[in-house]
Design a binder for this molecule. Structure first.
Ligand code: SF4
Length: 371
């Protein structure tokens, strides 16, 4: 535990928070977006907002893959399982995400064969153990999880497992950042860059953010000191009028990324021309689909899916929260109609969702009903 302890040392955290206080210009308001849902979770969990100067505003970004998935895709995935021929498999954090006719867990309660897996390889093994059934893996995640899906598909092909398919909902982070920067209602001074995704893609894909948009971006780890150090690095850049990509998370993130993982992804996936993101609409080249060489394992080609666009419930403001326009507690449903026990939107379900993080670490300490 020595490694984690170093990044949670109270004395060093206090000194770093004091440095932030010295660097933050009181005449200025800073809006820093943490792109990654894991960062949002860490910020609330460790109470970092409480030790930052009030003029440093942390804006939550779209880096929770479960949260950005539109409801129609959940319906599409579950529609395949309704026939009774298909075993629907997904990670546990998908299980309580509402579709229009219920979450995967609610489908399971009604008799649909829905199973939690811990990896796509588990889903493939399930297919091998049940040759008379078809196993569909509901793949979700950014570049962080796409390589393991790619490697599983390569195994399925090499082994000739034909009763297995993948419903790909993998998305890519850079087009989402571009969409945020293009959004007229957003003003962001700098980005706390995603830690998990960057272990795969590295730091180079962010260079345009600094070069073309003039915004600093610092790829950060997930411990309290990681995040505070990243804020120090951002403030130094802003104070010096610079915009660069910096890597605070060097102990995990290689500048060039993980070449083997990128190669596996490139062999199996190609970019979709466009893909719908919850609250952000269609973003071009922002998601991955299977290449023709893997058509036999592509659930979208093997099964007919409704492909219907479904809008969120009218009062739900998931889109505004996802884009950082509203804080979780500013949604009309927050803490009332929408709670972790009875979620209306995915942001209240996933551990990386900003509404769930805010509810569990801020709202509960204020008492139910407080905003
Ligand atoms: S409180 Fe619920 S409905 Fe509102 S933004 Fe969060 S998840 Fe969506």
């Amino acid at each position: 535990m020595q490694f984690v302890d170093e990044f949670r040392d109270p004395e060093v955290i206090k000194q770093t928070a004091e440095e932030i206080g010295r660097l933050a210009d009181p005449a200025r308001h800073y809006r820093l977006m943490e792109v990654c849902g894991g960062h949002t979770h860490a910020i609330y969990r460790f109470g970092l907002r409480d030790i930052l100067p009030p003029n440093i505003e942390l804006v939550h970004g779209p880096g929770c893959p479960v949260c950005v998935l539109p409801m129609g895709r959940i319906d599409d995935g579950l529609s395949m399982a309704e026939s009774g021929e298909v075993i629907f498999t997904a990670f546990g954090d998908m299980m309580r995400v509402p579709g229009t006719k219920g979450s995967p867990l609610e489908y399971k309660a009604r008799g649909t064969d829905v199973r939690i897996v811990y990896s796509p390889a588990d889903a493939l093994k399930l297919a091998q153990n049940n040759p008379q059934r078809h196993v569909m893996f509901f793949a979700i995640g950014f570049e962080t999880t796409a390589p393991s899906t790619a490697l599983t598909l390569k195994s399925a092909k090499a082994l000739g497992v034909k009763n297995f398919s993948v419903f790909s909902n993998h998305v890519t982070i850079v087009p989402a950042i571009r969409a945020i920067l293009d959004s007229p209602d957003m003003r962001i001074d700098a980005f706390i860059g995603p830690g998990h995704v960057s272990t795969v893609i590295g730091c180079r894909p962010y260079e345009w953010i600094a070069k073309n948009e003039g915004k600093p971006i610092v790829v950060s780890g997930f411990e309290p000191l990681d995040l505070l150090q990243s804020i120090v690095m951002i403030l130094r850049q802003l104070n010096q009028g610079e915009a660069r990509v910096e890597n605070q998370y060097k102990r995990v993130v290689p500048w060039e990324g993980n070449r083997a993982a990128l190669r596996a992804m490139a062999q199996v996936f190609e970019l979709r021309p466009y893909f719908e993101w919850r609250g952000m609409g269609f973003i071009s080249q922002s998601a991955l689909r299977l290449r023709d060489a893997y058509a036999e394992w592509d659930a979208e080609r093997r099964f007919s899916i409704p492909g219907v666009r479904v809008t969120d419930p009218k009062a739900a403001q998931c889109g505004e929260v996802l884009k950082g326009v509203l804080k979780p507690a500013q949604c009309k449903l927050f803490g009332r109609e929408c709670t972790p026990e009875r979620p209306v939107g995915a942001l209240m379900v996933s551990s990386e969702g900003s509404c769930a993080a805010y509810y569990n670490y801020e709202h509960r300490k204020c008492g139910v009903g407080a905003a």
